[in-house]
Design a protein around this ligand. Structure first.
Ligand SMILES: O=C(O)C[C@H](O)C(=O)O
Length: 281
């Protein structure tokens, strides 16, 4: 058993949240630099340059890249040989988020009661945390600051198995097209196919953590990712929806076994504030 004190988790989560809010991931920055060369619209190229400039300023000045500091979403893998001491891991992660929000001057973006008061919790807690138990004595923490605007344009559909591959493609492309300017493109598109109603959406969100340009290990899924990326970029939405050839920088697909009567498909749209990171303790 390896002991990990909650104070270490609090400190590391706090730093991770602030860093992620200030710095877009390197692979995403590179993909935008590459995209600039592919963008045929002069306005589109200018927007990509402005996005890159914004990323640079946020990083140098240590300020949030976007006013929407996002929903704090965590995927946490806990090694079965880890013994957490001094408290519980869920409270520790939330404490890290709370401290990062205050120390990092992050906008409070989470409302406690979704239906009636919509009272702002004031510190971006509670975070949404998915736990997994894995072999080993480490804790891996993945964090995303998931913006509300692009989350609002995400969709899930319970397709019929008879809809098949064509139905899947149609639904994904329609979701990207409808998201259009409202979800702040260039997008990264996470897709979950299979599982249950809820699990397909979790897979779609998980897919967004994969590096830009990385392909699914199954060659058929990898080909589908490439085909959908190319089709998405023929929709004409373009950077920030002003028209152009760069609507998305990548499409990531995750799949899971499925009930014989079902075909769940979820599309999680990620805006250009593509903030996520990963640490290991
Ligand atoms: O919450 C916000 O600031 C706005 C939102 O992310 C948006 O895309 O409009």
């Amino acid at each position: 058993m390896r002991e990990i004190h909650v104070s270490e988790i609090v400190e590391k989560v706090k730093n991770m949240v602030m860093d992620t809010e200030y710095n877009l991931p390197e692979d995403f920055i590179k993909s935008l630099e590459t995209a600039k060369a592919f963008e045929e619209s002069p306005v589109g190229r200018e927007i990509i340059e402005t996005i890159l400039e914004n990323a640079k300023v946020a990083s140098i000045e240590k300020v949030a890249y976007c006013q929407d500091t996002g929903y704090p979403v965590f995927f946490v893998e806990v090694g079965q040989d880890v013994h957490i001491v001094g408290g519980n891991i869920k409270d520790a992660i939330n404490e890290g988020v709370r401290l990062a929000t205050r120390e990092g001057y992050l906008r409070a973006s989470i409302a406690f009661d979704p239906v009636f008061e919509r009272r702002n919790t004031g510190d971006n807690t509670p975070a949404l945390i998915y736990f997994d138990i894995v072999p080993g004595d480490r804790i891996k923490i993945k964090f995303a600051a998931k913006g509300g605007g692009s989350e609002n344009q995400s969709k899930q559909a319970m397709l019929k198995p008879a809809d098949g591959l064509e139905g899947i493609k149609k639904f994904i492309l329609k979701t990207i097209a409808n998201a259009g300017p409202n979800a702040c493109p260039p997008f990264t598109v996470g897709v979950g196919i299979g599982g249950t109603f809820d699990y397909s959406a979790v897979l779609a969100k998980k897919a967004l953590f994969r590096p830009i340009g990385d392909r699914h290990p199954d060659p058929a899924i990898a080909m589908l990712e490439e085909e959908l990326l190319s089709l998405a970029n023929q929709l004409g939405v373009g950077p920030l929806g002003f028209g152009g050839t760069v609507t998305a920088v990548d499409v990531k697909i995750e799949v899971a076994p499925v009930h014989i009567a079902s075909l769940p498909v979820a599309v999680n749209i990620q805006c250009h504030a593509n903030r996520h990171s990963e640490i290991e303790i």
